[in-house]
Design a binder for this molecule. Structure first.
Ligand code: BJ8
Length: 424
């Protein structure tokens, strides 16, 4: 990475501490990603993005801010990117997947809080994440308790806005979410000086639908018998989709898709034929949380799909862009977002149905139910989901694991036993 110290300083970052973080990431990435054999050439773009994750992309954000564009940070796939983009602001996903930030998070939060929340708070309060530092507004949402209370802490450090997400899916909840989207857009227009119009929202929905369609096309390759790309690589691409420039992301991912088509013609597969195909379901995996995928794919399995917010929940449904008025368009947005099945909702039977459908669509052999420690919503929902899968004869195990690599050996042993069972 080039020297960006001056830029980081201008973002009021703790440079010394940030140096410590920059020291660990390249080796970690190289061990997990660059060690893979037979990767598609197109993955070089995503390697480059990660190598410049605190450099070039931040420079782009800083330049955009100099041109009076605003940067808006988000934590949840319910926050509508279409509205942010229509308001001429840049949306960046802020969920944090690094162990590095947890000690700072624990200065503010109880230890028995999920690592995603601790890491996000730690990233902000330590002043070591240039994405947090670049944000003109950070949008929280009322999902789980950990997140809700974290917003109150972050409010003391940054400009927070919280969307009130319903926890049920009744007609009045859809209406409420539509109102929340309207309120969010008027709050954003105060920040950006740009009103939401039918025209800018139509363009924005088109663009973000296109991004989601590109990810859908990418995931189609994972349904094939011969897998031309690893699950680990697809996870990385989905994670990058949350903060890369949208047009460039689409272009580069389309290029990769083209390469994968050729690989399919040539019957190139990155896994042996009898490798168990795994569907992962559960809590999101924010950069650089590549742990479970890495352990699966170095223990004899292949991840073919993620029913997570860094997987299908992010891109499966598109927004109906046929409405003529602003009201119709925002209603279509509310409908699309309320179609996501997060464990924060009750009841949440749609998620179990999604898992079973995806298991079949991706010809999976087994399911790994993944939850971060202290994530009660996903841990509690595990029993209901696993019972339903077992009733259908679908093999499933639950793995609860945080960001630290301390339990890697233990997890690996469980995975190997599971894959052995699937093979036999
Ligand atoms: S839509 S999954 S992104 S809320 S892992 S912080 S739930 S204690 S991230 Fe999520 Fe939106 Fe739902 Fe998706 Fe809380 Fe659980 Fe931590 Fe979580």
């Amino acid at each position: 990475m080039r020297d960006y110290r001056e830029m980081w300083q201008s973002l009021d970052m703790d440079l010394e501490k940030h140096d410590e973080l920059c020291e660990v990431l390249p080796k970690f990435y190289s061990d997990i990603y660059l060690s893979q054999e037979n990767r598609p050439e197109g993955m070089n773009y995503y390697n480059f993005v990660i190598s410049e994750v605190h450099g070039l992309r931040i420079k782009e954000l800083v330049n955009a801010k100099a041109e009076n564009q605003k940067v808006v940070g988000t934590f949840c796939v319910y926050v509508p990117d279409e509205i942010i983009n229509a308001s001429n602001a840049i949306s960046v996903g802020l969920c944090s997947g690094s162990d590095f930030w947890i000690p700072d998070g624990e200065k503010y939060l109880p230890r028995n809080t999920c690592p995603l929340v601790k890491s996000a708070v730690g990233a902000k309060v330590s002043g070591t994440c240039p994405y947090f530092q670049s944000c003109d507004m950070i949008v929280g949402e009322t999902t789980c308790d950990g997140k809700k209370k974290a917003w109150e802490i972050l409010e003391e450090h940054t400009n927070m806005y919280v969307m009130d997400l319903p926890q049920m899916k009744r007609e009045k909840d859809y209406k409420h979410w539509k109102e929340e989207i309207f309120e969010f857009s008027s709050e954003l227009s105060k920040l950006t000086g740009k009103e939401l119009t039918v025209e800018n929202l139509t363009d924005s929905i088109n663009l973000i639908n296109k991004k989601r369609e590109t990810l859908q096309k990418l995931y189609e390759f994972r349904k094939l018998k011969e897998l031309p790309i690893s699950g680990k690589d697809v996870l990385l691409i989905t994670q990058i989709a949350f903060y890369d420039n949208i047009e460039r992301f689409i272009e580069k991912t389309e290029e990769l898709i083209h390469e994968l088509e050729k690989r399919v013609e040539e019957k190139v597969s990155v896994f042996d034929e009898d490798t168990p195909r795994i569907l992962v379901t559960g809590t999101p995996m924010a950069v650089p949380n590549w742990k479970l995928h890495h352990l699966i794919e170095t223990s004899g399995g292949a991840v073919v799909c993620e029913e997570t917010c860094t997987g299908t929940r992010y891109f499966e449904n598109l927004v109906d862009n046929t409405g003529k008025s602003l009201d119709e368009k925002v209603e279509a947005l509310a409908d699309r977002y309320m179609g996501i099945n997060c464990a924060c909702f009750t009841p949440n039977n749609g998620r179990t149905e999604d898992i079973i459908r995806l298991y079949e669509e991706y010809s999976a052999n087994g399911v790994i139910y993944y939850s971060l420690p202290f994530c009660n919503t996903y841990a509690i929902e595990a029993k209901q989901v696993m019972d339903a899968l077992e009733a259908k004869g679908i093999p499933v195990i639950h793995i609860e694991s945080g960001y630290s690599l301390e339990d890697a050996g233990q997890v690996k042993t469980r995975l190997e036993a599971f894959f052995e069972m699937l093979r036999s």
